[in-house]
Design a protein around this ligand. Structure first.
Ligand code: SF4
Ligand code: MG
Length: 321
């Protein structure tokens, strides 16, 4: 199939323990009924305020943390139905790049070893080709081969992110979760890293789930966008559709904050009232109703269904019932 990833009704609840015997007294619903599909070779941007469950969604898909419920199909295979051995092989196909490239790099290993370690562990290339293989990956990621013997602290933030990308790509993955990969970098360096990711995607037919709170970065790299609020996807669609015609009141508010290049097209900035409710105690009905300007009576009690408005543009809101 065209779809490399199919996520259905994914849930991740973290138990809250309390009292002197540590009994479970509740749950943080970090990911609460998330469904979407991802086409091979494309990028889906996952956006939303911090704490809305973007990172947990990415990690649960990769099975870095265990799901509570739902299904994840990767190349048609149930990720949660794999044996330990199958999961080990699958790990090479699904990789993740983190926001902070320094904390995820071992300070005691030279860069060549950081990039090549897992390649050797997985026996991905014959011993005789190993050195050339690592050189080639470094080259593809804009790193010089003489960097091999240097240590992470000798590099700038942007170069360290290149090292992380090289390490992930050395395993020849098909799918990469990019979790805020440029948020910690200077703006001038951000564009270089984004362009590198795009270049590598074309060369290797990679699929990305690109998590970010920066909408201009997301617009630049994504084919499709998913908007999350309080653990749920409220709207998905092509990047063009979401930017030109946001349907969900939350998306509308989120995107109204982006500065427009043409002042005549200035959007009215919508200020969201109130705080984000706790994911341990989300509002009934539509989870956004406590902050929605268009809230109706039905919104307070009934969870809206997902509606397909055409061209794969989906929204979860009673306005479109
Ligand atoms: Fe607002 Fe109601 Fe739509 Fe929720 S369902 S976003 S409260 S209009
Ligand atoms: Mg995060």
């Amino acid at each position: 199939s065209d779809n490399i990833l199919e996520v259905s009704h994914l849930k991740k609840y973290f138990p809250i323990k309390g009292g002197m015997f540590g009994k479970q007294v509740g749950a943080v619903k970090a990911v609460d009924d998330v469904s979407f599909t991802l086409k091979r070779g494309t990028t889906m941007g996952l956006v939303g305020e911090s704490g809305c469950g973007k990172s947990t969604t990415g990690r649960t898909i990769l099975r870095l943390i265990e799901k509570t419920d739902g299904q994840v199909l990767f190349n048609g295979k149930d990720v949660y139905g794999l044996s330990r051995k199958e999961m080990r092989d699958m790990r090479t196909k699904m990789q993740i790049i983190f926001q902070d490239p320094y904390s995820s790099l071992s300070p005691r290993l030279p860069v060549g070893e950081i990039i090549g370690e897992a390649v050797r562990e997985h026996n991905l290339v014959p011993k005789s080709e190993y050195a050339d293989y690592v050189t080639k990956i470094m080259d593809d990621c804009g790193l010089q081969s003489y960097h091999k013997d240097r240590y992470p602290h000798e590099f700038s933030g942007g170069q360290r992110q290149r090292i992380c990308i090289a390490r992930a790509l050395a395993l020849n993955p098909e799918f990469v979760v990019c979790d805020e990969p440029v948020s910690a970098l200077d703006v001038s360096v951000q564009a270089q890293i984004i362009n590198l990711l795009k270049e590598l995607q074309e060369k290797r037919n990679l699929t990305y789930l690109f998590i970010s709170h920066d909408l201009s970065v997301v617009e630049h790299i994504s084919d499709t966008i998913g908007v999350m609020y309080l653990g749920g996807l409220v709207e998905t669609g092509t990047t063009a559709d979401i930017f030109a015609n946001p349907l969900h009141p939350y998306t509308e508010a989120l995107f109204s904050a982006i500065p427009m290049p043409d002042p005549d097209l200035k959007r009215n900035r919508i200020i969201l009232e109130g705080n984000i409710p706790s994911p341990a105690n989300p509002p009934k009905g539509c989870k956004f109703h406590t902050r929605c300007r268009k809230c109706m009576e039905i919104c307070k009690n009934q969870v809206p269904e997902v509606k397909d408005m055409g061209n794969g543009h989906k929204v979860r809101c009673h306005l479109y019932d």
